[in-house]
Structures are given as structure tokens and as C-alpha cells.
Design a binder for this molecule. Sequence first.
Ligand code: PMP
Length: 403
Amino acid sequence: PSPVPLPVLGADITVPVTGNRTVPYVNLDVAATAPCAVAAAEAVNQLLPSYASVHRGAGQLSARCTRAYEQARETMRRFLGCRPGDEVVFTRNTTDALNLVAHVLPADTVVVTFVGEHHANLLPWPRVVRLPLPSSPDEAVAAVDRALRRLGPALVTVTGAGNVTGELWPVADLAGVARRHGARVAVDAAQLAAHAPISLDALDVDYVAVSGHKLYAPFGAGVLAGRADWLDAAQPYLRGGGASAHVDSAGVASWATGAARHEGGTPNLIGAVALAAVGATLTPPRWEALAGREQALLAELRAGLAAVPGVRELRLFAPTHPRVGIVSFVVDGLDSAQVARRLAEEHGIGVRDGLFCAHPLTRHLLGTHGGAPRTAVRASLGAGTTGDHVARLVTAVRAIGAR
Ligand code: PMP
């Protein structure tokens, strides 16, 4: 087997299962939150004994921490393929980053998206056209083209990879259409960023949002990267210290420019440094190895599940449409919550069940007829996944389906 391109913690965790047994845990819920990369843990451990304030103190430690924070920003700038002049704002997560885009959206700009987006990319928008779900990427591009024809200034926002089916969205083609209409494009890269390199420059998009906890770093740090002009023109996202440049004796502020304008309060240095450690580790050869490994495991998983009687995989596009390591499925006649519970209790396998914060999409994929299942099971792969994990899931689903 090829060496693991991005080592992660937690490979040796065991859990109790029925029958008084203890088994190695199989974490197949990586799309919700990925395990911590060793590189991120090491960066955090190095910082813990000596951290101090960022952008505030006069001491040596504070100066060092300020440098580390700004270096993390530069690493993320490279990791996300930013163009000169793009801003990199540290946020809490993708939800926060997309809400920041909504906050800086000019008053005349309408957002165009699809109703199947994750709620983080569906709900923040003050003025929005939510297009019905397409059944092919071409249909998606045509629908955006039609919508933009009858709109003035617009921002098209789509996911790079869906969190329910893992399917890739035609971001570059959508960006091409948007450009022809003079519209901007934002990408919810919460899922895509952990599975493939992303470049604002190469995709020709205006904004990208990512979450550290899906990118093998701990919770609490994300990034919004993209065009600076809307960010500079808007009121600060959070008002307070850090965001203010000067406050006069009557308490009236003039606001900071650049990323600081939208990073009010003491920044999350640990989160930013952990995220950047992953960004720095994922060089092109590692990306290639990581993605190649994941696609091989994904193919095994899909083929394995397809061979289990009564299992149906959820998908929007054709079966051969490219996707990241996510498979949602239902087992005929079984409640998905029960399948997920039994995978944990009887087999020590962690998956997720439900509607995955994308209620309209998941309901659409499940079907709306009387007997349609109400929720699905989702298995998601990542850097720590092995062939044994995939095999154990397939065997367990077969066993659960048979009884
Ligand atoms: N978009 C997608 C596609 C996601 O999968 C998620 C997380 N499930 C989010 C946005 C939101 O990410 P977070 O919860 O880290 O803000």
C-alpha cells in the first residue's frame, strides 16, 4: 500500500461494540469534521507554550505571534491560489465566511444559487434567486445563464463539491457564464478544499470559503478569500477592537482597512496556524497522492455498496460524474437512523445520517412518494481512510441489510 500522504491522528482508537468486544474505530464521517493532521497538531503544540497576543502587544512573544498569524495568512493565500490584491480573511468556518460575503454584498446585487446548496450557502443571502436542482452540469450552467439574463448585478454562488453526494459542480463553466454577464462568483469550498487543490486564479472565481475543521485542522478557523473591493467598502463585520483604526473622544470610529476590518476581536492564532500547517503540507505531489488514494477507495466503496441488495446511492448527476469521497445511501426497508446506529453499536463504524444541512437537496434525492425514505446514511472518506475501513463498512451494511 502507498504511504499515507497526509498522516492524521486517531488511527489507533478502539471502541466497545455489542457482544463485549472492542474493535478499531472506523471514522467514515470525515466530511462533517476531518481528523486532525499530524502537521496541524505539531504546529499547535509548538505554539502552545509561548503564545501571546496578536497585533496588540509590544513584547517579543507578541511580535512572534503576530508574525505567525500573518504568515498563516500568506500560506492560505498561496494554498487558495489568490491573485495579487485578493484579501484573505480568517473567519470561524465556512458558514461565517459566507455570511461575511452576504454582509459585504452591495445593496443592488442579487445572489443566484441552487436550492440544493448546503444551508450555509442557501440561507445567508438577503436578495436571492434559488434555482431548482438541475439534472446535469450543462443544465446547471444553462439555468444560471438564463437567470443572469434577466438580472442586474449578481453574485453566483455554488458549492465546489456537494456534501451529500460528493459530486463536483461545474464551477469553472459557471464562472465563464457569470463573467459573460458581468456577475461575480463565490464557491462554497467546504468539501472541495479537502479533496482537491483550489485556485481562485485558475477557476477565475471571486470568493472562496473554507473550514479548517474539514481540512484536517481543529475547529474554529476558516477563511474567506477573494476580491478586496466589496470587503473594503462594507461596514466591519464585527465592530470592536481590531476592526477600528481610530476612535475619537466622542467614541466615533474610523475603521481599519484590509482583512483587519472584518476580523474584529482577538484573532484565533492557534486555529489559523493549524490550518496553515495543513495548507503548507499539501504540496502538489501530496495532493496527487491523496486524491489518487481517495478515488481508489471511493471506487471500492461505491462498487461494494452497489453489490449489496437493496442499497441505493444518492446522486444528482450521472453515475460516472466525478465526485469527492462521499457516498450517501439508503437501505431498502430500513430506517437510516437505525442503520447508522447499528453501524456504530455493532460494528464500531462512525457515519452520519439525516438530511445533512441540505434539506431541499436530500429530500429531492430521496424522492417524495409515499414510501420514500425520510433520511439517508452518509459515508465519507479522507486522508485516514484505509481499504480495511471500506471493506468493514460494506460487510457491515450487508449484514444489517440481511436482517
Ligand atoms: N458547505 C458545505 C458544502 C458543507 O459541507 C459544510 C459543512 N457541513 C458547510 C458549508 C458549513 O461548514 P461549517 O459548518 O464548517 O461552517
